[in-house]
Design a protein around this ligand. Structure first.
Ligand code: SF4
Length: 118
């Protein structure tokens, strides 16, 4: 069994072929141009994760505040994280680096403001 994965670690976008054993273990990675791509393919094949970024409005300020997760979250939860962020009730001022949500979607991961507003 195998799966094609496009590396997103740099603009080259190498297309890799990842081979699996019957127990789901990665047995081979082909098509990568560097070790970084191989690591990415192995992780992406077994447990894909993403850093979620977005913006959310805050009372008292016309400008939305941008945020990112403090660590990558499972890719399957990225939409839920964005929805929980959209439902936050925030008040300006917010300072770059503020935690605007703790334990988002019970992941243990926080949402961090990536700019100051208000
Ligand atoms: S395998 Fe290496 S060179 Fe290719 S896209 Fe990934 S990081 Fe870039």
């Amino acid at each position: 069994m195998s799966r094609r994965i496009t590396c997103i670690q740099c603009p080259m976008g190498c297309v890799m072929n990842v081979g699996f054993a019957e127990n789901g273990e990665v047995t081979s990675v082909e098509g990568n141009s560097c070790g970084r791509g191989k690591k990415y393919a192995q992780a992406e094949a077994i447990n894909p994760v993403r850093t979620v970024c977005g913006t959310v409005c805050a009372r008292g300020c016309l400008e939305p505040v941008s945020y990112r997760t403090s660590a990558p979250v499972p890719k399957a939860l990225a939409g839920d994280v964005a929805r929980e962020a959209a439902g936050l009730s925030l008040c300006a001022p917010i300072v770059l680096g503020d935690v605007i949500c703790e334990n988002v979607c019970d992941t243990g991961i926080s949402l961090i403001a990536t700019k100051s507003i208000g």
